[in-house]
Write a protein that binds this ligand. Sequence first.
Ligand code: PMP
Length: 449
Amino acid sequence: MTQRASQLSPQPMDALWMPYTANRQFKSAPRMITGAQGNYLIDDSGRKIFDGLSGLWTCGAGHNRPEITEAVAKQLATLDYAPAFQYGHNLAFELAERLAAMAPSDINKVFFTNSGSEAADTATKMARAYWRQQGQPTKTRIIGRAKGYHGASWGGISFGGIGANRKMWGPAMESDHLSHTLLPQNAFSEGIPAQGANLADELIEMVALHDASNIAAVIVEPMSGSAGVIVPPAGYLKRLRQLCDEHDILLIFDEVITGFGRTGDLFGANTFDVVPDMINVAKQLTNGAIPMGAVLTRQFIYDTVVDAGGAPYNIELPHGYTYSGHPVACAAAMASLDILEQEKLVARVAELSPYFEQGVHSLKGMPFINDIRNLGFAAGFTIESYPGEPARRPFELAMKLLEKGFYVRYGGDTLQLGIPFTTEKSEIDALINAMQDTLMDAHGMKKTG
Ligand code: PMP
């Protein structure tokens, strides 16, 4: 039987195989988005829904920004596409210069991709290329972290640490995983938790196991988003940096979520005061309007790989994408970065995040709330679910919130918030109230006062 999106938009739904979605469940009760404006999505009944995840951590500056629309339209009318290999166009160079100037320390080379997954593959390939060109071709192993998410490519699912993304396919890349940093003693920490920096020392065990001569890089998110906003403990990333230096291992920060303001700084690297060797970005780079990602690397990685290229016509890094540095994506990124700067949105996140923190932590003690974590404009809640069905209650709560006009993310046993950088205090209040009501309703409690 043909399934239809809804009475209002009678679109057949059979052909589309949706990503990361329970397809049959969705098609039996579709949730259709028809428009968006500012901090709101609009559904097929014309209802405004507060976008509590900025799309998918993508649209921090709010939706449908006319500045981006105009820049994209203009670019499409000027140069819709330029060959990504062996030819250049100005905007890619201009955007790269801008990103290099924004990135910390001597992270000043930019390689464009179309997504966060491609950035993860690119950065880890660069790490291997770097060691190979240094005469150390056995340094190939990539170490990730339990609960880490780096995308859906073979690389991403390998050094990513979300088991559900891996078990379906059989062997991928061999990788190791440091423990995640979700410690019970840190439950309900506000901001950066205090305990657990010593977990970074697990890298010493991995060096003992494999020998550093076989390890290329460690890849971590400065804040794990997809696993439910796991904020690393104070000192953890610094210790990881120190150990990577001691053992000649490259350190890659996957800042696909944390890049461009989410933490209240331009990069998570700034928040944690650690300079990695590479930073992966995507999502917020174009405010979600056009797919684009990038790997930002330190000077020495570029120099080593590129200088080893040999004859002038030789390709040093045989890697890239047809749409690397796509002119239209570059235009969207430039306009998006203009908005971030002109509206001082990163500073705005920093300024309002204590208010947001207070709001999310006011839900402590509410039914089903087993933990609350937050950083900048991101928050994660561990939800007590049904026996054997960890994902069910988060889903149910998210659906109840949707009925009330709030979109939040559910994933595993968590609910996640990543509110737009443009969120007003009154919108934070409304969201927290709706969550409170939803939790109490679900528990059959009546609100007092
Ligand atoms: N890394 C991180 C930290 C992410 O959050 C994501 C996407 N959620 C990715 C990589 C993958 O990005 P994409 O879906 O654009 O491939």
